[in-house]
Design a protein around this ligand. Structure first.
Ligand code: CP
Ligand code: NVA
Length: 315
């Protein structure tokens, strides 16, 4: 597979290598120059806003010796109706890889199918795999310690996911948990129960849909090693904001709810956060909140993903 469009585009046996690279890049940061992408330009084609993903990819590509080329959808002919396929064919003649943030997941699939260079999913409405890899690495760093088995430390752990349980972050955790051997319990309003698309993805890969969905947040967090939430109104859902805030209020990550997880549970959020909505400020500030480690690790994990795809291409 030349692309990284979903969590399972790396096989279970490749995870140890990807995680070890992220650990190595983190340890070396700023001290050891890398030439993994020397002479390469990677285009970053974004149709949505981004702080963490954009900056970590631009810095990461630069730190690997490559040149990031940021392209806002509306600044190129794609925004005026040129097809996804022609865009992919043309960019493939100029650059060595594409990092893409967009709405429809089918658009990254079409770009990947038509391009001759690797395509990385930097978030779609369906999945956010770079985030999940960084998050899993962030938890594993704490659980495995400095020399321990990162991927092994995830096995059997429970993540409780609260709020919007049928959009990109929830879907990605369902797929990611299945890959990492974790248990996932999702709590949200019944109308946001994980949907047909993620169930179809699991089925297509021969994976069991063995996640728990409940409308009871206390049931989800009981025994959890990670309590995770995301904004209630994602990019593209702004018109639904009022209804979503009302529906999801019982699923806010409050200090009271966090206290019902394991005593050493960590709190995670992909950010940006809306304190006072999906999460209390006190939970973000809790000593067991690792939200800024998650943000930092986007850089180290993305470098690991880029280096692994680049190496695959050479072999
Ligand atoms: N978590 C995340 O992807 O953040 P950005 O939208 O700022 O990239
Ligand atoms: N679910 C959010 C994630 C942002 C990183 C969104 O898609 O807007």
């Amino acid at each position: 597979m030349k692309d990284f469009l979903k969590e399972t585009d790396f096989q279970a046996h490749e995870l140890a290598e990807v995680f070890a690279l992220a650990r190595q890049f983190k340890a070396q940061r700023g001290r050891v120059a890398s030439s993994v992408l020397a002479g390469q330009t990677w285009a970053m084609l974004f149709s949505k806003a981004s702080t963490r993903t954009r900056v970590s990819f631009e810095v990461g590509i630069h730190e690997l010796g490559g040149n990031p080329l940021f392209l806002n959808r509306n600044d190129i002919q794609l925004g005026r109706g040129e097809s996804v396929e022609d865009t992919a064919r043309v960019l493939s003649r100029f650059v060595h890889g594409l990092v893409v943030r967009t709405y429809d997941h089918s658009d990254v699939q079409r770009l990947a199918a038509a391009s001759s260079v690797p395509v990385i999913n930097a978030l779609t409405d369906f999945l956010h795999p770079c985030q999940i890899y960084s998050d899993a690495f962030t938890a594993a760093e704490r659980w495995a310690g400095s020399g321990g088995d990162l991927v092994g430390s995830l096995r059997g752990r429970k993540i409780a996911y609260l709020g919007d349980t049928c959009f990109n972050m929830a879907n990605s955790w369902i797929l990611g948990a299945s890959l990492f051997g974790m248990k996932v319990a999702l709590a949200g309003p019944k109308v946001y129960e994980p949907g047909a698309e993620i169930r179809a993805q699991l089925a297509a890969e021969g994976r069991k849909a063995d996640f728990l969905f409940t409308t009871d947040p206390v049931e989800a967090v009981a025994g959890a090693d990670i309590v995770y939430t995301d904004v209630w109104t994602s990019m593209g859902q702004e018109e639904e904001e009022e209804a979503r805030l009302a529906q999801m209020r019982p699923y806010a990550a409050t200090s009271q709810l966090f206290a019902k997880a394991k005593p050493d549970a960590i709190f995670m959020h992909c950010l940006p956060a809306h304190p006072g909505e999906e999460v209390e400020q006190a939970v973000l500030d809790n000593p067991r909140s690792v939200v800024f480690d998650q943000a930092e690790n986007r850089l180290h994990m993305q470098k690991a993903i880029l280096a692994t795809l680049a190496r695959r291409r050479r072999s």
